[in-house]
Write a protein that binds this ligand. Structure first.
Ligand code: SAM
Length: 319
């Protein structure tokens, strides 16, 4: 494991056992695994000479670096990784306009971004690594992405196979494994995760155990509008999304963080969701935000619930 010496307090034995279990599962070659491993394997010989993670579009390689045959392989592999949820990327000149305009979220995070230089960072629910590449621009020592879904895991592996960032890695872990990383991280990003957990305060408490004293947690969550410290709990789906539990107001999210033991809790941004930010594209051809919202009254979801806002918070683990 390339990072074991950087995490002296982590339970490396348990992490190693988990990695072996995942490796055995991947090696079984099941259809679901092969669907995404195959495009990864088809391009894993390719390396990019130039990358640029400083702008809105994560740029990996340029078209003149590849033979015609490899250009075709890259394009096909990128199409095989569809649907692309997070982006935008430009991969050897192939523009990938993902469902989410993730650069907008990153722009909102930037003014409150802690110094990442030389830091050990976790990105929980990292998806294809869009934000990890944006973090790489700030020169962290290590970013571990937690991502249990094979599609996103192999997409990241293909992208970083091209980019070759040795300080970025993604594991098939979930937030439920964060407790194995005792006092390990200077900064943790928890974006788009909390409302998918049935016990959000327990998750925050466990995350705090994985942070070094003085560490910083950056949270972004779906929420509902309102000033009171309330959380909405849908009967089944919320904006058509299954697996949604507590959807907090900003005040409620701040209370969760304080009750989980965080200090200096600050809600620093909140905005209504929109179909400008999450929409169907050539790289994500299924339903998107406009299909989740009541066409007659955009302040409601299709279920008649309050339409979502997004909330940004920063919190510190006390020294
Ligand atoms: C709503 S997306 C958020 C992605 C990204 N963090 C962002 O803010 O744009 C949730 C991500 O968490 C991943 N995920 C699903 N179950 C998870 C779990 N148990 N632990 C961590 N991440 C999980 C999903 O595959 C997906 O990539």
């Amino acid at each position: 494991m390339p990072y074991s010496n950087l995490l002296p307090n982590a339970d490396m034995q348990a992490i190693q056992a988990l990695l072996q279990e995942k490796a055995r599962w991947l090696a079984q070659g099941k259809k679901g695994v092969e669907r995404f491993r195959q495009p990864y394997e088809s391009v894993r010989h390719i390396r990019a000479e130039q990358c640029d993670f400083s702008g809105d579009v994560v740029k990996i390689g340029s078209p003149d670096e590849l033979s015609g045959q490899d250009q075709e392989k890259v394009y096909k592999a990128m199409r095989d990784f569809m649907p692309w949820r997070k982006g935008p990327f430009e991969v050897f000149g192939v523009g990938i306009d993902a469902e989410w305009r993730s650069e907008r979220k990153w722009k909102r995070v930037l003014p409150e971004l802690p110094d990442l230089q030389g830091k050990i960072v976790a990105d929980i629910g990292c998806n294809n690594g869009y934000y990890m590449f944006r973090m790489a621009h700030h020169e962290p020592k290590l970013v571990i992405g937690f991502e249990p879904y094979l599609q996103h895991y192999f997409t990241f592996k293909a992208l970083n196979g091209f980019a070759g960032c040795e300080n970025l890695c993604c594991e098939l872990f979930g937030v439920e494994h964060i407790g194995l990383f005792k006092k390990s991280f200077d900064v943790i990003f928890l974006m788009g995760i909390l409302y998918h957990r049935s016990s959000p305060v327990e998750v925050l408490r466990e995350i705090r155990t994985a942070m070094k004293p003085g560490g910083v947690l950056m949270v972004e969550s779906q929420g509902i509008p309102g000033k009171e410290p309330w959380a909405f709990f849908p009967e089944q789906r919320y904006a058509k999304v299954p697996g949604t539990y507590f959807v907090p107001t900003a005040a409620c999210l701040a209370n969760w963080l304080s009750r989980a033991g965080f200090a200096e809790v600050e809600i620093f941004f909140s905005h209504p969701m929109s179909s400008q930010e999450q929409r169907r594209t050539e790289w994500m051809v299924f339903e998107s935000y406009e299909d989740f919202i009541d066409t007659a009254d955009p302040s409601l979801t299709v279920e008649g619930y309050p339409a979502p806002v997004r909330i940004f918070a920063r919190a510190g683990n006390p020294l």
